[in-house]
Design a protein around this ligand. Structure first.
Ligand SMILES: [Ca+2]
Length: 261
């Protein structure tokens, strides 16, 4: 275990030279956040009229929320066909944002209305509403809390049954705050967050808020119609470990695998 390869020694020497050239003590040079590329496993149809704001996978189906006033909805979607199997329209004055599942409920947040809708997962009937301060962007959950983004670098952790805020973490990468955190997904103990208007997903340590990796999805959908049709929507099927991503107004939804660059 003490054997150091020649290339390791050479690399070490080169790094030391570079560090001294930039007058950076090596102890202060933080390791770069790793970047992941992707491999498309399968492409599925996606409603190109859906301004995707929330996405999760449950029991063989996708659940999706859409935004824009007059076009906001919460729907159950067939994975293979992209067809809407069930859904409701939100009131026309409401701008829908993320959704997540909690038990036999769907919880959906709104952009500026400070209102969360709680629907029955099977019937889509409105169960109740919650109020919260500030904006609502993305929402997901672990086994005991909801996690919500609001466009700032902070993630809120909420009690799923009362919507009471329990704590917050500030999301940083290389010590700098990262804002524009949009659609969220809890994946194997991490929070994945779309960064609005980019092709990047941040992998966030929910305890520290530190970005532990970037997923670069550049090129996933090269043909875009407008500035609005950005990458947004992450769903994880924990049973089969499948990761799905899509975007606002995208004609496709993709199952992807991460590839370390
Ligand atoms: Ca999600």
């Amino acid at each position: 275990m003490y054997a150091i390869s020649r290339s390791g020694l050479l690399r070490g020497a080169l790094l030391a030279t570079l560090a001294s050239a930039f007058a950076l003590p090596s102890a202060l040079a933080a390791p770069a956040v790793p970047v992941y590329g992707y491999k498309v496993v399968k492409a599925y149809p996606h409603d190109p009229e859906a301004f995707t704001q929330g996405l999760f996978f449950h029991d063989g189906a996708l659940y999706e929320s859409t935004g824009l006033r007059g076009r906001s909805s919460i729907r159950k979607v067939e994975l293979e066909t992209g067809k809407v199997a069930q859904g409701i329209a939100l009131p026309p004055e409401i701008f829908g944002e993320g959704i997540t599942q909690w038990g036999d409920r769907i919880i959906g947040i709104t952009w500026t209305e400070q209102t969360a809708f709680v629907l029955d997962l099977k019937t889509f009937k409105l169960w109740r509403k919650f109020n919260y301060p500030g904006e609502g962007w993305g929402i997901t959950h672990n086994d005991k809390e909801l996690v919500m983004s609001d466009g700032t670098p902070e993630l809120r952790f909420l009690d799923p049954t009362t919507f009471k805020e329990l704590r917050r973490v500030r999301v940083t990468a290389d010590g700098k705050p990262i804002d524009q955190l949009n659609e969220l997904e809890w994946v194997e103990g991490e929070v994945y967050a779309n960064i609005w208007q980019t092709d990047r997903i941040a992998r966030i340590d929910p305890k520290t808020g530190k970005v532990t990796g970037w997923i670069d999805l550049t090129g996933l959908l090269p043909q875009r119609g407008s500035a609005d049709d950005v990458l947004n929507g992450i769903a994880y099927d924990a049973k089969t470990k499948r990761l799905f991503v899509t975007g606002k107004l995208w004609p496709k939804l993709f199952e992807i695998q991460l590839v370390k660059k």
